[in-house]
Design a protein around this ligand. Structure first.
Ligand code: ZN
Length: 414
C-alpha cells in the first residue's frame, strides 16, 4: 500500500511540476514582447525580456533538478540503495549509535553532493549567464567548506542526541526529541547573527547619517527597539538585493545588502524597511517560528509511530535489521519520503505567505506612503529579473511573494 501511495505521490509531484513549468514557460514567452501597461514607463523592453529568459531558464533547470532528485530518491528507496548501505555499515561498524550516525551521514553526504553540483551549475551557468553571479569559484568552494564545517559542528551532536533518545528514552522519546529540537533551533537563531553569519559575510555599521537618522525615526514610530544598523557585503556573491532584521531583544539588528543601498534612494530604502517592520508588527516571524516548532512536534510523533511499523520500512524498499536498532534507518526514510507528501501543501503555504506580504505592504504604505514602496518594488523586481507576467496558476502554487503587478496594484487600493 505505502509503496503505491509513495509512487503515486512522486509521479503526481513530477507531472504536476512539469505541467506547471510548461504553463509558466509558455505564458512568459507569450508576453515576452509586451510589458504590462502599468510598467511600460518604468521598465525597459530589454529588462522585460531578460526577466522572461531568466524565468524560463530557471524553470527548465528546476525541472532537470527535480527529475534527478527523484531518481536519487528511487535509487535509495525502492531500488535498494539504502538497504545496501545499511547492510554494509552493519558489517563494518559494531557500535550501534555510530553505525546509525554513519548511515544518516552517508545519505546526507550523497544528497549534499547532488545539491552542491546543482548549486554550482546554478551559480556559474544560470546566474552567471544573466550577470547576477559575482562569486569566484574559490569563494564558492570556501563557502561550501565553511557550510560543511558548521553543519558538522552543529549537526553531529544533534543527530547523536536524537538517535540516542530514540533508542533509550522509551515510548515517549518524541517529546524529548522535540525539546532537543526546539532548544537546538533557538540556539542556532541566537548564534546566527553574531557567530555564523560573520563567517560568510562582512558586516559594517551603516555609515550614512541621513539614512541612519531616517531609519531610527521609522523604528521609533513603529516601536521597534533597535540595537544596530549594518551593511552586508552581499555584492561579493550576487547582484540581487535584500534587507532583513535579525536577533532578539538587545541584539536586534537591521541588515542591508550593499546592493540594495546602491540601487534605492533613501525614501525607497525606508519603505522596504517599513515592509520588514510590518512583518514584525504583525508577529509573522514569531508565528512562523511557532508553526515550525509545532510541525516538528507532530512530525516527530508521526516518526515515533512509523518507526515501529514494519510496513513503513518494507513499503519504502528496506528490510529492517533483526535484533538491532533501526532508528537511523527510520529517520533517513522519513526525511527522504516526507517531501513527496508535503509537496501537496505547497499552495496553502504559498497562499498564507502571500497574505502576510500584503499585510506587511499595507503596514509600509501606512508608514511611508504607497509611492516610495511602489518605486522600490519596481526596482527590486527589475533587479532580480522577476517576471512581470507569470502564469497565474504557477504563481498560485509556488510564489511566496505576490507577482509585481498584483502587488503594486494592491498598494494603491489599500
Ligand atoms: Zn515581506
Amino acid at each position: 500500500m505505502l509503496t503505491y501511495l509513495f509512487l503515486a505521490c512522486l509521479l503526481g509531484d513530477l507531472l504536476l511540476r512539469y505541467w506547471l513549468a510548461r504553463r509558466q514557460i509558455r505564458h512568459v514567452l507569450e508576453h515576452r514582447n509586451d510589458i504590462p501597461p502599468a510598467f511600460a514607463s518604468r521598465i525597459s523592453l530589454h529588462s522585460h525580456q531578460r526577466a522572461a529568459d531568466y524565468t524560463v531558464a530557471r524553470s527548465q533547470l528546476g525541472m532537470v533538478e527535480r527529475i534527478i532528485e527523484a531518481g536519487v530518491l528511487l535509487g535509495l528507496t525502492l531500488l535498494g540503495g539504502l538497504q545496501a548501505m545499511d547492510l554494509a555499515l552493519g558489517r563494518l561498524i559494531d557500535h550501534e549509535l555510530w553505525r546509525q550516525m554513519a548511515l544518516v551521514g552517508l545519505v546526507l553526504a550523497l544528497l549534499g553532493t547532488v545539491g552542491f553540483l546543482f548549486s554550482a551549475w546554478r551559480t556559474f551557468r544560470l546566474e552567471g549567464r544573466f550577470g547576477f553571479n559575482r562569486m569566484t569559484p574559490r569563494l564558492f568552494l570556501t563557502d561550501a567548506l565553511k557550510l560543511l564545517a558548521v553543519t558538522l559542528v552543529l549537526g553531529t551532536p544533534l543527530l547523536a542526541a536524537i538517535l540516542w533518545l530514540m533508542d533509550s528514552a522509551g515510548i515517549r522519546w518524541a517529546w524529548w526529541a522535540w525539546g532537543v529540537w526546539v532548544g537546538f533551533n533557538l540556539l542556532v537563531l541566537w548564534l546566527y547573527p553574531s557567530f555564523i553569519a560573520p563567517l560568510f559575510n562582512r558586516f559594517t555599521p551603516l555609515d550614512d547619517p541621513e539614512l541612519s537618522q531616517r531609519i531610527r525615526a521609522l523604528a521609533q514610530r513603529c516601536h521597534f527597539g533597535l540595537s544596530g544598523l549594518f551593511v552586508m557585503d552581499g555584492s561579493r556573491r550576487s547582484a540581487h538585493g535584500n534587507a532583513y532584521f535579525i536577533g532578539f531583544g538587545r541584539h536586534r539588528r537591521i541588515v542591508f545588502f550593499d546592493t540594495l543601498l546602491a540601487r534605492l534612494n533613501v525614501d525607497e530604502v525606508e519603505a522596504v524597511l517599513a515592509h520588514e517592520l510590518g512583518h514584525f508588527a504583525h508577529h509573522h516571524i514569531l508565528r512562523r517560528i511557532l508553526v515550525s516548532f509545532i510541525t516538528a512536534g507532530v512530525l516527530l510523533h508521526l516518526l515515533a509511530w512509523l518507526s515501529t511499523q514494519v510496513w513503513f520500512y518494507t513499503g519504502l524498499g528496506v528490510i529492517p535489521q533483526l535484533g538491532r536498532p533501526n532508528d537511523g534507518l527510520a529517520l533517513v526514510l522519513f526525511m527522504l519520503a516526507l517531501p513527496v507528501f508535503t509537496f501537496w501543501v505547497t499552495p496553502i503555504a504559498s497562499l498564507l505567505s502571500r497574505r502576510d506580504e500584503f499585510q506587511a505592504d499595507r503596514y509600509a504604505v501606512a508608514q511611508c506612503g504607497a509611492t516610495a514602496l511602489g518605486n522600490a518594488l519596481v526596482k527590486l523586481y527589475d533587479d532580480n529579473a522577476a517576471t512581470l507576467t507569470p502564469d497565474p496558476l504557477h504563481s498560485a502554487w509556488y510564489d511566496s511573494h505576490p507577482s509585481a503587478a498584483v502587488r503594486i496594484a494592491h498598494l494603491h487600493d489599500g
